[in-house]
Ligand binder design. Structure first.
Ligand SMILES: Nc1cc(-c2ccc3cc[nH]c3c2)n[nH]1
Length: 245
């Protein structure tokens, strides 16, 4: 998978050189290219913003540097019908979920446009629609100062699902949101820590009972912390809970 990221703070994306994603880049599983939007300006001051038409506080990102930058993500022209997907972090976007991460992990080429200031001139997204599948994307209902933090989160969530990136694909199966439920609590040595024991069933060696305990904990946690997810559950998920015995 090829991932292009454009930002006026490319150093923000240095975290993508580290850990799992960094190793996937070294192994050639992910081709991540971070570029400074200012490289695509033409004036002496490398200007990327200007005042908003209609007035109001703050500045808006100029369209031309974005069009010049995004055009470089179209080279070489994408083979076949697949258009790159342009993800534009925005509080006004669709909410990014694990389902979105799985969907995008199957894409061949993702492009991320990190906005700053009050955002990017809307005409950029209109123009981009001729060349990309454009998806304004929100991390959640809170406001950041720019798109970089959102891109770090999305690239990690998507990249780890690309085959080969995570050493043991089994670990992707029983994690939060993989089946619509929150994950069960985990414990490790010592079995008694500051007078706190671990749930006895985990020492029983009875795999059926352990599976039942874990499923029950997933359901308990989800109904306590995220009742909204219970309502969305696929009925088969609840059947599975009964079968985990
Ligand atoms: N979920 C979420 C996204 C954002 C976001 C994304 C891009 C920009 C650019 C300027 N401010 C921004 C905020 N805030 N919250």
């Amino acid at each position: 998978m090829r991932i292009d990221v454009f930002s006026i703070f490319p150093e923000y994306l240095a975290a993508l050189d580290l850990s799992l994603i960094g190793k996937a880049r070294q192994d050639g599983l992910l081709d991540v290219r971070v570029k400074d939007l200012r490289e695509f300006t033409t004036d002496r001051h490398r200007t990327v913003d200007d005042t908003p038409y209609g007035g109001g506080a703050g500045m808006v990102m100029k369209p031309e540097p974005w069009a010049q930058a995004l055009a470089t993500a179209l080279d070489p022209a994408p083979e076949g019908p697949a258009r790159p997907t342009l993800i534009v972090p925005s509080p006004a976007g669709e909410v990014f979920t694990q389902k979105t991460a799985y969907e995008l992990a199957g894409a061949g080429h993702l492009v991320f446009a990190c906005g700053r200031y009050e955002g990017i001139d809307e005409r950029v997204l209109e123009w981009a629609g001729e060349h990309f599948t454009v998806r304004p994307m929100s991390l959640g209902d809170y406001v950041l100062n720019g798109g970089e933090v959102a891109v770090l989160a999305m690239v990690e969530a998507i990249g780890r699902l690309v085959p080969g990136v995570v050493g043991n694909p089994e670990s992707l199966v029983e994690e939060s949101h993989s089946d619509g439920l929150l994950e069960y609590p985990v414990y490790t040595k010592p079995s008694q820590w500051r007078e706190r024991p671990i749930p006895e069933v985990l020492l029983s060696g009875n795999h059926a009972k352990i599976a039942r305990f874990r499923r029950d904990e997933q359901l308990r946690r989800t109904s306590e912390r995220r009742p909204d997810l219970i309502a969305k559950l696929d009925p088969s998920t609840l059947d599975k809970a009964d079968k985990a015995t």
